[in-house]
Write a protein that binds this ligand. Structure first.
Ligand code: ADP
Ligand code: MG
Length: 662
């Protein structure tokens, strides 16, 4: 391919030196085009200007880098067909055996006298107790001035040098050597590297924040319906609730009231831990809209949740005309014009184009991180800029909040209603399982109900289902033949799911076995025990959500984490659950252990896939970029807009998987 035709979208296999084999390996790493390759940044760097003298090597976690001369080479074939190549290297301070596993072709490559750079980990040889270097990478020392060498993520069969040389050639051909991107691959000094990294990360954040800032600005310039309510009328309503609002609920309600009456569309995130009482705030907000002659909608991520909100809000707001709108109800209904109801409660079925409202004034979206930005916008377009309130139980740290909800105002319910007995959480090893079952039997005798959640199996819904089915059968036949055990899972039709949930609610079922479909928002105050099978397979936030299903009534509740965590990470996770019920502490631990992607499920979160930026590590740069973006919008809206339009395609925001919504 001639240089004239070369472009960033050229598939890598057309590059010189890349055959089908290498192209396939690169694809495994997510590299398909020249652009992908240029943005395939090193995981770390090796500073070859400072090799460690051999007499100063210490066993440890870190990769060390040495320089020396080959003294002798020996090759061993073990019985299990492992190949071990041992190359003794020496410098003027000492010597060390360097071990290459399963690379027998190197046996005739290394010759005594050869000068080498080698990197790897220092380990103790279990047979003779001596130290050896388990090689990760090597290179012949050609006597040129050594520099800082990039270490790339690799896949089996792809050699560091192949990738390094390929990237070097591609940079020369496409970018020259002067760009921040080139510096990031081949820095000649740590300061320049840091500056290049800052520049690229800043740019990634800046563009994204520019988009958020412009959207925020746009909404703020729109007119929103003025929804106000006389204080005495709202207070009379609040006085009739079966409970007194907490201080936090009252504060948040005031913030919402101010927004609704302000003439601009509200765009507010309401954060509150599971069980903090967000639903009643949603109900009061809806009431204000309806009293002003507008309609309100509440959208939930699943049919079960929508039904549950529907039941609850009918009780809380008996004077309102409320209608349920889900995939199931839509099948039965012919017309999709909703002029009658004051309040519509439903799933993403509410987003369908044919669904028409009379006069939408307020949209409330529950467990909002399950909805992507696009879906958010779709709903907003249904009214003439209705007020929007997003509810979430995920305690999101500031940096993440700036990314996900940087265009929203934020209210927090940081207090639980009084009188809750803290949930007791236990880690239950296999040996104590029988005891746990006896405990459960007693709880049921006292009139309580039980959740049993079965684990995720390798992202396969089929296997999940099988595990849950077997568990339900075992519990029904062998352990609790005298009780009624039911099974609920994601593959069931919505009607069946709803029926099972209703049976559980009406206490026709004592033990409900499920896959993770009950994770979000289900409210069964009579349930007092949550059993999580193979708890070590769940993430912390997931466990927290699951545990939030109990402890909702007046009686004491218990969470049994069944399992035998083998890794240190899993042990830390489960012990965090045993130690605290504070959602913010758990979220922090979760972020630390897993990183933001898994924390929210990147695909569901609408979080852009940054190429270099790391929202946890680069918080400072994020704040800088946000400030710069918002300053530019304030100073020169037109150029901010042009810049955003020309750069926005660089941001890859994954769309929410529709399948996960039901
Ligand atoms: P979440 O914030 O997780 O959506 P809910 O709105 O479902 O929580 O509330 C959890 C439970 O607490 C419900 O049963 C609700 O009726 C009750 N509740 C809400 N606010 C209060 C309050 N101020 N005092 C007592 N109970 C409350
Ligand atoms: Mg809720």
């Amino acid at each position: 391919m001639s240089k004239m035709q070369a472009s960033l979208t050229t598939p890598v296999q057309y590059l010189k030196g890349v055959g089908p084999q290498v192209a396939k390996l690169l694809r495994k790493l997510g590299v398909e085009t020249v652009e992908d390759l240029l943005y395939f940044f090193p995981r770390e760097y090796e500073d070859r200007r400072h090799p460690t003298p051999l007499n100063q090597l210490k066993v440890g976690d870190q990769v060390v880098f040495i320089k020396g001369e080959v003294q002798n080479v020996s090759h061993q074939q073990t019985r299990k067909r492992f190949s071990i190549l041992k190359v003794v290297i020496g410098d003027n301070t000492g010597q060390i055996p360097v071990v290459f596993f399963n690379q027998p072709y190197l046996t005739n490559y290394f010759k005594p006298g050869m000068k080498l750079f080698v990197s790897g980990k220092l380990e103790v040889n279990l047979y003779d107790g001596g130290m050896e270097l388990s090689a990760r990478d090597y290179e012949i020392d050609t006597g040129e001035t050594p520099g800082i060498v990039p270490i790339y993520p690799l896949t089996e069969g792809l050699y560091p040098k192949t990738l390094r040389n390929l990237i070097k050639r591609t940079l020369q051909e496409y970018l020259g050597q002067e760009s921040a991107i080139a510096t990031l691959h081949f820095p000649d000094d740590p300061k320049k590297l840091a500056a290049a990294r800052y520049k690229i990360v800043f740019e990634e954040f800046f563009i994204f924040q520019l988009g958020l800032g412009l959207r925020r600005q746009k909404v703020q310039e729109e007119k929103g319906p003025v929804l106000s309510i006389p204080d005495n009328s709202l207070n009379a309503f609040i006085a009739n609730l079966p409970f007194k609002l907490t201080t936090a609920q009252q504060r948040v309600l005031n913030e919402i009231k101010t927004d609704l009456a302000g003439g601009r569309p509200m765009n507010r995130l309401l954060q509150g831990d599971v069980g903090s009482g967000k639903t009643v705030i949603a109900a009061l907000s809806a009431l204000i809209a309806v009293q002003n002659g507008y309609q309100a909608v509440i959208m939930a991520p699943t049919e079960i949740l929508a039904e549950q909100h529907y039941d609850k809000l009918q009780k809380l707001l008996p004077e309102l005309k409320i209608e349920l709108v889900t995939g199931t109800t839509q099948k039965k209904r012919k017309a999709s014009e909703f002029t009658e109801p004051d309040l519509l409660i439903g799933t993403h079925a509410l987003l369908e184009e044919k669904v028409k409202f009379r006069k939408l004034g307020l949209a409330i979206i529950d467990e909002q991180h399950r909805f992507g930005v696009l879906q958010r916008e779709k709903l907003q377009q249904k009214g003439v800029f209705p007020h929007c309130l997003f509810l979430t139980a995920t305690p999101i740290p500031r940096s993440l909040a700036l990314m996900l909800y940087g265009d929203l105002d934020r209210s927090v319910i940081d207090e639980l209603p009084p009188g809750r007995t803290p949930i007791k959480t236990y880690l239950v090893p296999e040996a104590k399982r029988t005891g746990a079952y006896e405990f459960i039997r007693k709880q049921v005798e006292e009139g309580r109900q039980i959740f049993v959640v079965c684990p995720l199996v390798e992202e396969s819904e089929k296997l999940d289902l099988k595990a849950a089915q077997e568990e339900a059968e075992k519990l029904q036949k062998e352990i609790f033949p005298e009780l009624k055990v039911a099974l609920i899972h994601g593959r069931l039709k919505a009607e069946d799911k709803n029926r099972i949930m209703r049976d559980f609610k009406e206490e026709k079922v004592e033990i409900l076995v499920s896959t993770t479909v009950i994770e979000v928002g289900i409210d069964i105050p009579n349930a007092s025990v949550m059993v999580v099978e193979h708890a070590e397979r769940f993430g912390l936030s997931q466990l927290h959500q699951l545990r939030g299903r109990i402890g909702r009534g007046a009686s004491e509740s218990f969470c049994f984490l069944m399992g035998n965590p083998k890794t240190i990470e899993a042990q830390e996770r489960l012990s965090a659950m045993v130690k605290t019920t504070d959602g913010f502490k758990i979220a922090e631990a979760d972020l630390r252990l897993r990183g933001p992607g898994d924390f929210l499920g990147v695909r569901q979160a609408g979080l852009p896939a940054f190429r270099l930026a790391d929202i946890m590590k680069d918080q400072k740069i994020l704040e800088d970029a946000r400030k710069a973006a918002f300053d530019l919008i304030a100073k020169d809206r037109a150029s901010a807009h042009n810049l955003w339009e020309s750069q926005r395609q660089k941001i890859k925001v994954p769309q929410t998987r529709d399948a996960s919504l039901n």
